[in-house]
Design a protein around this ligand. Structure first.
Ligand code: ATP
Ligand code: MG
Length: 222
């Protein structure tokens, strides 16, 4: 049996067409069913539904053989692992090109970010992505105080919790609706296939075939 970890929402929705192109149909709609383990038309492949941020953990510890996770989530996971002294046991064979967005710095429309950065003043930055944010500002030599949040980052500059946020942006309409302005593009984000290295050895044939089929589906798209 092969276990694939997906998260509900855009990753699940955007993975379906790739799985379909690989000849795999998922047997249930997670929005309608309460099941956390769903079968597929391939008797030896099942899908487990986990939180987006839990996908790397499941795959690393063998709760799933492979999974789909955003680069944002993978970088935070790797950052947390390496600061805890652990090895990051994830094989990353494929950029699936789905759930595309960008990681950006945003501030209130009326905040003079350029001057704040130039003057070397300390900036408070609120974000869910503390590892990525720390690296980004360290590489620019900008002093920041990071404030960890778990959601609604847009609120931080509006309430005075922070001057800036680091968050994912796709159309920019949420920023605009909250009178925020994107001032830096940190990196492009898309979702990646991650595989448990031990599973890749133990279940080499079926896993290799699945990875190859997904790779062909991704290539057929571009
Ligand atoms: P949860 O809702 O459980 O806290 P989440 O918000 O990380 O988790 P999703 O919103 O489904 O879960 O996001 C999953 C992944 O999709 C993210 O890790 C990111 O890679 C990508 N993503 C997030 N926001 C966008 C967006 N606006 N457009 C495109 N892709 C996005
Ligand atoms: Mg979300």
């Amino acid at each position: 049996m092969i276990t694939l970890a997906l998260s509900k929402g855009r990753i699940f929705d955007d993975s379906l067409p790739l799985l379909r192109a690989a000849g795999i149909e998922v047997l249930e709609d997670p929005e309608k069913s309460r099941k956390l383990i769903i079968g597929t038309t391939r008797a030896d492949l099942r899908v487990v539904l986990v939180r987006a941020t839990d996908v790397p953990t499941y795959v690393q510890h063998g709760g799933a053989d492979l999974g789909v996770a955003g680069l944002d989530v993978l970088l935070e996971h790797a950052g947390a692992e390496s600061s805890a002294g652990g090895a990051v046991g994830l094989y990353r064979p494929l950029d699936l090109g789905i759930a595309r967005c960008r990681m950006s710095v945003a501030v209130r429309e009326d905040f003079d970010y350029a001057s704040a950065v130039k003057q070397g003043s300390r900036i408070r930055v609120a974000t869910k992505y503390t590892h990525t944010a720390r690296q980004h500002f360290a590489s620019k030599g900008v002093h920041v105080d990071l404030i960890k949040l778990y959601g609604s980052m847009e609120l931080a500059p509006l309430t005075g919790l922070a001057e800036a946020i680091v968050d994912l942006v796709s159309t920019g309409s949420t920023l605009k609706a909250n009178h925020l302005r994107e001032v830096e593009h940190i990196m492009d984000i898309s979702s990646r296939l991650v595989v448990n290295p031990a599973a890749l050895k133990l279940k080499r044939e079926p896993l290799r075939a699945l990875i190859d089929a997904l790779e062909a589906a991704v290539e057929a798209r571009s």
